[in-house]
Design a protein around this ligand. Structure first.
Ligand code: IPE
Ligand code: IPE
Ligand code: MG
Length: 243
């Protein structure tokens, strides 16, 4: 659900509570400049920092950035390694966000990540858990189908152990077992780079999301582009099945 937030866009703008961003187009950005793809990822990481801070200024309460999908392991090993190295740097820098009272969370299957990364992720989450200006969520090794399978496995185990009856399984129980647990449904999904698809991002949580697509490649995505997406959202008429 969206609530009225007064950020820099003023009080007449309905700011989405939760925004999802598919950070796409890094490879094409680099290709256009005849640079190796990893340079695009490096530039994309800079954009991430700018946009995360601007989201807070706008008054967005939750923002989830799709950084690496469960399908991205299909890429050449040197590209995957370069992205993983960037995360390690991201993680050190994410600590700066804590000075701004921002809570940091990660979603995705982290068991496949390097132990050092997992430890850093855990530490950042613990150290920032009480911050409340905004929740910044990073989706790393995240896949919506993987998330649902994980939730179903955990519920099935409880049923098998006799802890809950199968008749107790409903939407809110499933929701409570997702990686996003207490994070509200996503209101607005932004995808740059010209692609118009979810690519397995927040498929459960996006049931009633609005979409904003732009041809701009992620490294070129600016604060103004984020404002444009929010202003477009503010004009949409969401009915949630009603009239
Ligand atoms: C998004 O940019 C970053 C990741 C998926 C990690 P891409 O690397 O997909 O960039 P394009 O789509 O090839 O331009
Ligand atoms: C989606 O981008 C995943 C992330 C941005 C992390 P992809 O580049 O992997 O998506 P497809 O393959 O074009 O659908
Ligand atoms: Mg892509």
């Amino acid at each position: 659900m969206s609530k009225k937030q007064v950020g820099i866009l003023g009080e007449n703008v309905l700011v989405p509570t939760h925004v999802g961003v598919i950070m796409d187009g890094n490879g094409r950005w680099a290709k256009k400049r005849a640079l190796p793809r990893k340079f695009g990822h490096r530039e994309g990481a800079k954009t991430f920092r700018t946009i995360a801070r601007h989201a807070k200024a706008i008054g967005i309460s939750y923002i989830t950035f799709y950084a690496f999908s469960t399908e991205n392991w299909k890429r050449p090993k040197d590209e995957v390694d370069a992205i993983m190295d960037l995360f390690e740097k991201y993680l050190d820098e994410v600590r700066d966000f804590m000075d701004e009272n921002i809570r940091v969370r990660f979603v995705g299957d982290r068991t496949m990540l390097k132990p050092v990364l997992q430890e850093k992720m855990k530490k950042v989450e613990e150290d920032s858990k009480d911050f409340d200006s905004m929740t910044l969520v990073l989706a790393i090794n995240y896949g919506g189908r993987d998330e649902i399978a994980h939730a179903v496995r955990s519920i099935a185990q409880d049923v098998a152990d006799g802890k809950i009856g199968a008749d107790r399984i409903n939407e809110s129980l499933i929701q409570s077992r997702l990686y996003t647990e207490e994070i509200p449904d996503v209101d607005l999904i932004i995808r740059p780079s010209g692609e118009q698809r979810l690519s397995n991002f927040l498929i459960w949580q996006a049931a009633y999301a609005e979409y904003y697509f732009t041809n701009i490649l992620w490294p070129d995505f600016s604060k103004k582009d984020l404002e444009k997406a929010v202003l477009t959202f503010s004009e949409r008429n969401r009915r949630f099945g009603g009239i």
